[in-house]
Design a protein around this ligand. Sequence first.
Ligand code: ZN
Length: 547
Amino acid sequence: MKRILLVSALLLTAASPIAQPSAYDLVIRNARIVDGTGTPWYRGDIAMRGDMIVQVAAVIDPGSARVIDAAGRVVAPGFIDIHTHARRGIFQVPTAENYVRQGVTTLIEGPDGGSPVPLAPFLEKLDALQKSVNIGSFIGQGSVRAAVIGNADRKATAGEIAQMQALVEQGMRDGAFGLSTGLFYVPGSFTPTAEVIELAKTAARFGGMHKSHQREESVQLLDSVRETIAIGEGGGLPTQITHHKVIGKAYWGGSVETLRLVDEARARGVDVTSDQYPYTASSTSVASALLPAWALEGGREAQAARLKDAATRAKIRAEVIVAIRDARGGGDPKNVQFASCSFDASLAGKNLADLTTQRGMEPTIEHAADATLWLVEQGGCQGIFHAMSDDDVQRILVHPTTMVASDGAVVEFGRANPHPRSYGTFARVLGMYVRDKKTLRLEEAIRKMTSFPAARLRITDRGLLRPGTKADIVIFDPATVRDTATFEKPHSYAEGFSYVLVNGQVVFENGAMTAARPGRVLYGPGKVTDGTAAKPAARTTAKVATP
Ligand SMILES: [Zn+2]
């Protein structure tokens, strides 16, 4: 049977190339094809013309086309990262090199409730940018709320909800993939679930999804999962737990329950999924991680006033102690590492225990809380919080409804002290969890990076290696692929990738970025309506012009 297929493929390809010597622009030969579906890999060749894959077959005669010999390495669809903070850096580093070198070809922005409002000017600016990767965005509920009622801790009125819905509708028409929330962050934290559901309904009308940085990821984790599910159920749209995790030693093992909630919701027809970055430390600002939301309301001046009031300061301090002991602090001030501090660059890479000692105190949790309040008063820091268990990470990773996403940013090489996920997420899953720990199959891991996020975003022409899809393609060696970025030395590129193609053009080869900038802005399902509405008018004009 195999031989018959091979012979017929040879005959087919042998018949055409003489008449059409340049039927293809590029052919990848000798590939171990992992096509994005989860199907076991198979050997074959892949041909491209323009920005499209036009042929996948056992053997393809390249004619005069450029040939890349994959030499038995894995050839997979380019990875789609559904949760990035790419606007931090994409205009400075339009190659998005830290992403491309780990196989990512599409970056999705606007997570955690934060996006530009309105979205159109941002997408236009991205469209004008010469970039190596594709990029799209969500519309952020927190940003929409801030635009309408600021950072006030109160319910929205019916009129305000209507205004917010109008902004969400505009965002969807501009091309958002859906509504993101960050109910953990101010002002998302002031939003009742019912209000989010009203905005979710608007995103649903345009085929959008909801993606949630949950309200809480340690003590209130299960309630937060229930809330994310309720938003999908009440809003009538797909909903996603973003960077699904369990924070705080006291709650380790909690993923058994969170995943049970996901399974139960799906069983009754709620379309809920997750994404995850494969690390046991998280990253956010020290203030939002360790101080209660009420203490941060109203911006810096209001925060400073609260910290100046002795009684309020004591209340905040008590909550910071709990946060260090049971939640984001991981039970030890050493587990809070500084990524960058606006007021003192030399603190980058140090931890909260170091700072406490530096300020002349024993590094107990109580003293660390004092150091934290001082730090917030100075202007604050971005932090990295070592407070998750690898068992939870692996349990969430292997669950069939979890996809891989970095939650990272486009990084200027060598600048500041970012979370290593920006450099390593995808390579780490392939190296550490597929090859070394054998947590999941290679094909399943690739599915979680390609066709799964594509289907989630309703992107129908990417995420698979099939004729008719866009030629976003990565080639890597499964024996050597690995992440090299660490918390101590984060500026270190992933290894094992030999080629990355975006829209049919090679953007990375021979260990370096090329000059090609074929990246495009991708638009969500709400944008299509406008596009098709515009077409009839154009056709009429053409008819008039012809005679
Ligand atoms: Zn987040």
